[in-house]
Design a binder for this molecule. Sequence first.
Ligand code: ARG
Length: 466
Amino acid sequence: MKLWSGRFTKSTDSFVDEFNASISVDKYLYRQDISGSIAHTKMLAKCGIITDKEAARIVDGLEAILREIEDGVFEFDVSDEDIHMSIEMALIEKVGSVGGKLHTARSRNDQVALDTRMFLKDAIIDVGTEIVALQSELINLAQREMGVIMPGYTHLQRAQPILFSHHMMAYFWMLRRDFTRLKGCFKRTDVMPLGSAALAGTTYPIDMEYVARELGFKKISNNSLDAVSDRDFVIEFQAAASILMMHLSRLTEELIIWSSAEFSFIELDDAYTTGSSIMPQKKNADVAELIRGKTGRVYGNLIQLLTIMKGLPLAYNKDMQEDKESLLDSIETVKNCLIGIKGTISTMKVNSEIMGQAAEGGFTNSTELADYLVGKGTPFRDAHRIAGNMVRKAIEEGCWLSDFSLEEFKAESPVIEDDVYDALNIENAVKRRSIRGGTAPERVKEQTEKAVKLLEKEQRWLEESS
Ligand code: ARG
């Protein structure tokens, strides 16, 4: 029998039982559901709504159910619809009719909002922990390979020489923004809605502050209608997860290109690649490709929920039950991708020689020639044209800029002296970019030092918030 069967004369069609049920998904929220119920029960006793003895029996029953679920002996049944009713039914079976007092002053509408908020808070800490772990690996890599020069690209055309470490640290800063976005989301998730009841607020003299304190919430909701119909916090998580996946997808894309025979900038470890069933020579960057591919499902999850919420009248509507499957999916996906990418970059081999050769080639030092001329008093526009002429000449003659003799340089511009060769040297080109945020080794070293400090701060936040 259903807990709500009073006004019905017929039982639900078995199709409807299946279709309506969310237990296959929200059973993963059992811990939050039980902690929420225990806090609610204690509060009911404290406010004199139920007796201390009744509360003790309910709490004992809930704790026993928790153990059964954790031991894998609890049976979830679709006819119980969702985690809230499953646990309440089991409680009544266990402790008798006193179990029926648990749901006093509460509705599943505020209950599910509470559970989802608690679940997401925990998940943000888990995802945040993996972000920090990846960031820390990026710093390790940057420090280990400090000094390796590679060509920096725009339009995927060789542009200017940069430090490989500078390139890796760019991803550190992207992940830092992802982390702060999740922190913001955590703050807005950290709001306790229980007491909003079905939609209008409960009539019982309950103590919302007590429940918030028991469950570690910083804030309490201000409007019962909003509290039961708000899923902004889930949307925010999906949005933050989508941006994070976009970053991981860019990084994996680079790893995939760099590990191709054409680039050979890196070699991915055997442990993070797979073979082909037909071509014996193949070593495919499957983990990286899957991470790039899984970005699609996380974007999909964001759009799914935005679409669900668009146009929903206040307050709770059953449509909103569709929020959790995609939330669980995004949490799992993002966590696994962060772990996968960390393993990939910590085990890959960096071919510094090939990167250096690529940086030497492709005229990545043409800007240096133009800047050199500017240093000798030539207006930048003229300098750009002269450097461009020399690049064209070099292409025609099949040589690099530094292969020209001083006479050949002078033929283009009489201000050029012997020191032009130093100016064209790529190590010097990297060193000269010593502006804040530039690729000069001293600046990149500073970046990594700053990054280490920021990570310590993020680590502290994770510890304080969990
Ligand atoms: N299973 C529901 C959900 O996930 C719980 C809330 C149901 N509320 C209701 N009035 N039917 O959204």
